[in-house]
Design a protein around this ligand. Sequence first.
Ligand SMILES: [Mn+2]
Length: 424
Amino acid sequence: MQSRSIESLDRLALLADSPVELKANTANTESHPKRSGSSSQEWGNEPNRRSPSQLSSQKAQALQQTLERHREEKQIVVVQDFPDPDALSCAWTYQLIAQQYGIQCDIVYGGTLSHQENIALVKLTNLPAMRWAPQILRNKDLSVYQGCVLIDNQGTTSQLMSQVQQAEIPTIVVVDHHQLQGNLQAEFIDIRPAVRATSTIFTQYLQAGLLELDNGISEHVKCATALMHGLRSDTNGLRQAQEEEFLAAAYLSRFYDPQMLNAILQATRSKRVMDVIERSLKNRIVKNNFSIAGVGYLLYDDRDAIPQAADFLVTEENVHTAVVYGIVHDEDKERELVVGSLRTSKLTLDPDEFIKEAFGQDNQGRFFGGGRSMAGGFEIPIGFLGGSNENSEYAKLKWEVFDSQIKQKLLKLVNPTHNLIETE
Ligand SMILES: [Mn+2]
């Protein structure tokens, strides 16, 4: 089965290389209706430009070779602390692909599932992701893993990574669509910031033959449904999708379960999330089409209320960009972190640049956030100032300091006399 896949990958590469070969081979590809590659037609005339399908079939082939080299190993698949549908569905897809090579994968995250849709996704599809809170991680023997895999992240958004690195587990595979974050070393790297979702990349791997989806296998149908949800949620319900996402969605439409997707999307918001959205509405200031709101303290489990509030604020008339932030704390209020989200409908605003410009770097040269197109998140550690909130006067004071510091930094960029961000 594997060799057949390689053969078909070779053929795909060949097809994309030469438009003349394309016609001669069309009949061959017809016999594999599930394999794509015909879209290379439009690109064949430009020898210096790699088409998306050519790039992805080359990457798929390289990934296949990587998996081949690691047969029968055990790998840890790390997704961001607060995993989203894009990350979860792709990690699962990777697990299913790798399984064919006898590779056993554990999908883990260090934070929590906080969006109601993510909880519904995991429950309804039986998605095999595990939460490793810090106290669980302490008792884990990481030496059972021969390799680490990063999906929809580059290791900078997971608190598990420091321990994975301490255990000297080599990074084997990185697949992501965020901007490259610093120096990354891995055997196989596929980072495509121009692509809107990692689900797009993984669907292309499927199309290239890395795993043949079967409608009769319920796990495949559920995984395709999860990927469809991943595609939708990273593209604002496909409204920010590009050709590649639509092509991926078209492929998944053969396998996914629309009713299950509907059930996932109908998950309701908790009262606490509604309260955060209410606070963001009350506290927002609107300046030069930017809407900025601090929401104060919120529980770790409700962290996802922040991007949801930003999603809501950006729908206001004359607002093109919304930034919402708050201080997220765990139950005993010892660990605290400023978490923020940016949503924009302005095509010329790059969330990645905006966040890096607004907040700069920490003393190790790491940025506080990075974005994907049209959306970005940031995290600012509170460090020594964390905790001691039982003194409400102190807690209030602390919030005011962070609130005004963040506002100052944002407003500096929003101000029209500042030339970095253009205003209409
Ligand atoms: Mn993503």
